[in-house]
Design a protein around this ligand. Sequence first.
Ligand code: GRF
Length: 205
Amino acid sequence: IKIAVFISGRGSNLEAILDSINREEIKGEVALVISDRKDAKGLERSKERSIPSVYIGKSNYSDNESRVDKILEVLELKEIDLIVLAGYMSIVDTSIVRKYKNKIINIHPSLIPSFSGKGYYGSFVHKAVLDYGVKITGATVHFVDEDTDTGPVIIQEAVKVFDEDTVDSLSKRVLGIEHEILPKAIKLFAENKLVIEGRIVKRRD
Ligand code: GRF
């Protein structure tokens, strides 16, 4: 399958996907990387790995409509089968979510529905986890629907929260889990092993 990865930052989840493809775990290729941040480190890395990579953001496509049109244009051009949001900080326009229904997956650094939804992104999630005092957190891969972090859950993995944890130590431990479960979810999708019944995702054996 042909995968498009959307990033905003360093792209460590993108790297994890590329490494998994290189280990021939995922039968697919990253045919496109789109970043909404011109200076995203991940954009540099993907160019180094000669992946077609493009910045599509407010400074080169000022209004939302032109941004959406450009994104749809490159997705079509590259015949994308699966969109992966990997540390992507922009909301995906509903026209894209509708066109790629159940073909967009997202990685979120908590056990959804806890610490998820508007405002819960990046390191803010881990700060909220520590401030609340929960003892277990984790990461979730889910299908993207028209709301934020509310689509059907594909895979979750838990992580213990230690008394001495800081945002930095916790985010590193959760990121390690993200790098495991995101490639796993993509592999299952590529092998057509995910069945969606309403909001429940089941594994075709
Ligand atoms: C990380 O905080 C991760 O939890 C979330 O996006 C952030 C950046 O990830 N998914 P990446 O290193 O850019 O993949």
